[in-house]
Write a protein that binds this ligand. Structure first.
Ligand code: ZN
Length: 130
């Protein structure tokens, strides 16, 4: 199944935890796995704290400093830093499903990571029952 995500900024972390949880509820799966895949080359998926919003902005600040927009890139499309960030952060995650819920830690949330927005994006989700 697919989730549609609309980013508003050039780089942005968007919390999609509740959207994935809602899709899981409709499946009626009690125990299994949730596989999340981002089919884009300038976006990614990550799991991190979603309680304090400054964690999200700190992560973006670090990524934007370590992988600057201005550098001697060769890729003509002009979005090389977004490609680099996508590979470093990664395009997939697997989360256990327990008692019909994503078995995330207390402070964990799932973030869609936009690195070349704003755009309309997709996230592919597979639930596997065990
Ligand atoms: Zn490109």
């Amino acid at each position: 199944m697919k989730l549609t995500v609309m980013s508003r900024d050039k780089t942005q972390f968007i919390d999609i935890t509740s959207e994935i949880q809602n899709k899981l509820q409709n499946q009626g799966i009690d125990s299994g796995l949730c596989f999340i895949f981002v089919p884009h080359t300038t976006a990614a998926i990550t799991i991190n704290e979603n309680a304090d919003p400054s964690v999200k902005s700190d992560m973006l600040n670090v990524l934007n400093k370590v992988i600057p927009w201005e550098l001697d890139y060769e890729h003509l499309e002009g979005n090389s830093p977004a490609h680099v960030k996508s590979s470093i952060v990664g395009v997939s995650e697997v989360i256990a499903v327990e008692n019909g819920k994503l078995a995330l830690g207390t402070w964990q949330g799932v973030y869609f990571c936009e690195f070349d927005g704003p755009r309309t994006r997709h996230v592919n989700i597979k639930f596997i029952k065990d």
